[in-house]
Design a protein around this ligand. Sequence first.
Ligand SMILES: CC(C)(COP(=O)(O)OP(=O)(O)OC[C@H]1O[C@@H](n2cnc3c(N)ncnc32)[C@H](O)[C@@H]1OP(=O)(O)O)[C@@H](O)C(=O)NCCC(=O)NCCSC(=O)Cc1ccccc1
Length: 128
Amino acid sequence: MLERMDFEEFFLVKFFGLTFSYGEETCIINLESDEYMFNPQGSLHGGVISFIMDVSMGHLCKKFIGTAVTLEMKTQFVRPVSKEKLRCEASFIKKGKEIIMVESRLIKENGKLAAIGTATWKLLNKND
Ligand SMILES: CC(C)(COP(=O)(O)OP(=O)(O)OC[C@H]1O[C@@H](n2cnc3c(N)ncnc32)[C@H](O)[C@@H]1OP(=O)(O)O)[C@@H](O)C(=O)NCCC(=O)NCCSC(=O)Cc1ccccc1
């Protein structure tokens, strides 16, 4: 069995410098994109964008429902991201008994939309 690490503090979120806050059934991640996250064309790599949105959705589920896993996820990359401050916000589409539908939006420093993710999650363990 893999060793478990705390939400908000596991290696990858520290590596990418993500910070977390929560609203009314929302999870907000703030970060600053940097060159080590870029693709060879000089913009934020699509996998990193998807990673940030996936993390925002997983932490949303954990905070308000329980631990869950991604079953599938779609990402639309709307605008390129350069070295800038970013905000990512996840919210629920539908909270089922076992299946949770979630969306996440990545917003650029100028306030414009950079990407949208929608995903289906399976609840593993409800919070006590
Ligand atoms: C360009 C397009 C795909 C669509 O364009 P169109 O249908 O023609 O739409 P439109 O002209 O309306 O432009 C829309 C907005 O886009 C902006 N913009 C457009 N062209 C440029 C430009 N040349 N440079 C800078 N910005 C440009 C433009 O200013 C506008 O913004 P605005 O509304 O004025 O504020 C755009 O949606 C996009 O860049 N998405 C993000 C894609 C993305 O980041 N994917 C993930 C990274 S890929 C990866 O990592 C994989 C990989 C791995 C390894 C190696 C390599 C790759």
